[in-house]
Design a binder for this molecule. Sequence first.
Ligand code: ZN
Length: 227
Amino acid sequence: FWLNSMTMRDICVKGLVERNLPGYAIGGLAGGESKDSFWRVVAQCTAALPEDKPRYVMGVGYPLDIVVCSALGADMYDCVYPTRTARFGTALIPEGVLKLKHHAMAEDTRSIDPSCSCMVCKTYTRAYIHCLVTKDAMGSQLVSYHNLYYMIKLSRDLHTSIIEGSFPELYAIFYRRCFPKGMYLNGSAMPWMLLESISCHAVILQLALKIRSNYRCCGISTRPRER
Ligand SMILES: [Zn+2]
């Protein structure tokens, strides 16, 4: 089935490219398949689609997916995740996620993300939002505001880094913060210096696949359970 579906994708991409469309959507993903399959299909499609047309990955996604798919050549995304997870009291931060319902937040006087300059982070403490998220809709709204700000900033940073030619550095910073203990390839520690020189599609895909196995180690779920 897997080989057949990959072949069908090739046939489909070829037919769409021949029609010379103004942009292309990559769909049928983010529906519960493994990350390995997901990233491989995105890589397969973006490699075959024209670079001068927008390439839109439908229903994506989590910050990690957006960074990886951008590395693989995708341009556009859409997802309910930032606001849906906010309704469950979860904030997006550079290190992963912050569960504001957790009792540890009850006396935490820091902002959601001290490095964030959004209105929520400049105004409210984690403790205050912790009180709200368990009792009042305003809590979800504040966390949604921060999460959307986070995603917009991430998208802008990705865009700027591609234009300025500094994407590998941004990629390395993103992963260093998500995975402070480093990554492992074939059992050996992967030097962060090496990551900063990465620009090859295939290498990024291989790294992304390896990263997947480490992703849960820092308390980040690649597939949130809430629906
Ligand atoms: Zn913020």
